[in-house]
Ligand binder design. Structure first.
Ligand code: F6R
Length: 611
């Protein structure tokens, strides 16, 4: 939700803060700030706005500090303002925070009674005051943090500087992510490794409740008993270049262009010499798969949409009853489970609080869990009993594209894997279906991104220039992709878009169709084409401006017009992914036309680490 960075070492810290924060902006971008420790003094500079606004402000106060923390915010408590921007200083304690302190009201009342004066509306300032209260009493940063932790409820990742602790950065986390890193010139912390890739690739994911002290020459960890030990550094093979735009106008566009490769990466090492699915490399034993009798897929947003496709595929191919749940609802009305239930949590970031809470609930009642995660080493990946990485690489644009794409690819592979284990299909059929993904899909995706295709998306997107409402319709799997298409369009172009099962529209919602209402109709399942087209006629005859995204063999000749995108792929799965590219590109071009901030849509953040 918010991005945190910190550094202490022999190099100048400010440029590291601004560089790291600009990468972390995807986590929140309504205000930004840094605290710089120089000659024993801690100076904070912060403002409403983005990193560019902070850089303007910093011009008035140059710094040679070698120890600093920084923050980019997504407002939860207290609107975006200079006052509410982090870092927050109370007494001798300066704090940046990601997460939510749930008992901040009670703590604030107590602290006010003790004479503390607050200058912001944030829960973070309350945490800073609590930390400071303990720091004033014991004058020991680690003890002060441990004592404050005993009183705090909620989720938090903290980066902390204390007056009197020169060159020292403290960090702790509970429920929100935080990574430590070791560079040649000092030690770092950040919410996400991508912010640190320009400096180092050695990292350590801080554990729940562990306190870290970074100095220019060492990193130390303190566990529950305040016993000291050193982190075990791991090496990531992600590169800083992977987190650059590479000449694309936006990260979203770059990430759409990376989808063909991402599908290949998601499958690499998971197909055996006979062309059949194989998850042995993920460390999942055969006995685990055989025990599964029913599946619950839990996720949020686009990941949940990927889950819906996955559930359909698992039921179709392997006949395992599979349901999909919105993660934020799951533990408040948990479904019935029994012998052989598996919970699959799908998450690009691996840190989504709602999904994590659902995972922890499932584990607490003894259900085996499997994570399908992109970001390596993240909380969901670590806490799930098993994890299958999607290997999409860093996804920076707030709206997911290649993340969703690889989630569907992995779920497709999983469905075929279950079919193999349960022998619901012949190996030849499974291989044929998998070839559709492995061999045909990367080409099909590339074919959907040629210059000619791009011109078509641009032309089609013109309709959204002055339209604020739209619909996506489809039947079967196309309805499930419609949900993702509608989310993509509304979240980045702010065109209010709803997805409807084509046959359902006439049961009420069709009254909203008026002259020129854009309706994007998807059709990739030939067996449903006739009925789907009838539904299109229903809206067309009521004045809708219809855009068809149709598989070639679902289209009658006279239906193709300039607002039709014809999918030439042959297999069902390659058609699905071709249609997916079209819906993503239409959303992208609509947002371009409407002058929207594509990579950072309003009110959103990439990683939603609050419930
Ligand atoms: C939409 C989008 C979100 C995420 C959702 C889950 O473009 O990105 O709907 O899919 O917040 O995030 P992860 O997959 O990180 O758990």
């Amino acid at each position: 939700m918010c991005g945190i960075i910190g550094y202490t070492g022999e190099s100048e810290a400010l440029s590291k803060m601004t560089k790291g924060l600009s990468v972390l902006e995807y986590r929140g971008y309504d205000s930004v700030g840094v605290a710089l420790q120089e000659d024993g003094e801690i100076k904070t500079v912060k403002c409403r706005g983005r990193i560019g606004d902070l850089e303007e402000k910093l011009k008035q106060s140059p710094s040679h500090a070698r120890c600093a923390i920084g923050h980019t915010r997504w407002a939860t408590h207290g609107g975006p303002s200079d006052r509410n921007a982090h870092p927050h200083r109370v007494g001798s304690t300066v704090l940046v925070h990601n997460g939510i302190i749930e008992n901040h009201k009670q703590l604030k009342e107590r602290l006010i009674d003790l004479g503390v004066e607050f200058s912001s509306e944030t829960d973070t300032e309350v945490a800073a005051a609590l930390l400071d209260l303990h720091y004033q009493t014991c004058n020991d940063p680690v003890k002060a943090i441990r004592r404050a932790m005993e009183e705090l409820t909620g989720s938090y990742a903290f980066g902390i500087l204390f007056d009197g602790a020169k060159g020292e950065v403290y960090a702790v986390r509970s429920g929100s992510p935080l990574i430590l890193a070791k560079g040649k010139d000092g030690y770092y912390l950040a919410s996400d490794m991508t912010a640190l890739l320009p400096f180092t690739n050695l990292y350590y994911p801080l554990k729940e409740g562990e306190i870290a002290r970074l100095t220019p020459t060492e990193a130390k960890l303190f566990d529950d008993e305040s016993k000291e030990h050193a982190p075990t550094w791991e090496q990531t093979d992600m590169t800083a270049e992977a987190a650059q735009k590479d000449g694309f106008a936006h990260f979203m566009l770059k990430e759409i262009f990376e989808e063909a490769k991402a599908v290949e990466n998601a499958l690499a090492s998971r197909v055996d010499e006979n062309g059949l699915p194989d998850f042995a490399q993920d460390g999942i034993d055969a006995a685990f798969w055989k025990r599964i009798r029913n599946i619950q897929i839990v996720a949020c947003g686009s990941a949940m949409h990927a889950g819906l496709i996955g559930a359909r595929l698992i039921e179709d191919y392997a006949a395992i009853p599979t349901s999909v749940y919105i993660a934020s609802e799951y533990r408040y009305h948990p479904p019935v489970t029994g012998e052989g239930t598996l919970v699959i949590v799908v998450s690009q970031s691996g840190e989504t609080a709602d999904s994590l809470a659902a995972l922890r609930y499932a584990k607490s009642v003894g259900i085996p869990t499997l994570g399908i995660v992109n970001a390596v080493g993240t909380t969901i990946a670590r806490e799930a009993d098993y994890c299958i990485y999607t290997y999409a690489g860093p996804e920076i644009a707030v709206a997911t594209t290649k993340g969703y794409c690889t989630q569907v690819a992995v779920l497709y592979l999983l469905a075929l894997h279950f079919a193999k284990i349960r022998q619901t299909m012949s190996p030849t059929r499974i291989k044929g279906l998998l070839d559709g993904l492995r061999v045909e899909t990367p080409y099909a995706i590339a074919e959907m991104l040629t210059q000619e295709r791009m011109q078509a998306y641009r032309r089609i997107a013109q309709v959204f220039q002055d339209r604020d409402h739209a619909f996506y319709i489809g039947r079967g799997r196309d309805y499930l992709l419609s949900m993702e298409g509608a989310l993509k369009l509304k979240e980045i172009s702010y065109v209010h878009t709803e997805a409807y099962a084509s046959g359902e529209l006439k049961h009420g919602t069709i009254s909203l169709i008026e002259d020129g209402t854009p309706v994007i109709a998807l059709c990739t399942e030939p067996s449903l084409a006739e009925k789907a087209e009838n539904n299109v006629h229903e809206v067309e005859s009521r004045g809708a401006h219809v855009i068809r995204i149709y598989r070639a063999d679902c289209l009658k000749k006279h239906e193709a017009d300039t607002d039709t995108i014809v999918l030439n792929a042959k297999s069902d799965i390659a058609c699905f992914f071709s249609a997916m590219i079209a819906v993503q590109m239409i959303a992208y071009e609509a947002a371009v036309r409407r002058g929207c901030d594509i990579d950072r849509p309003r009110n959103l953040a990439k990683s939603v680490t609050v419930e």
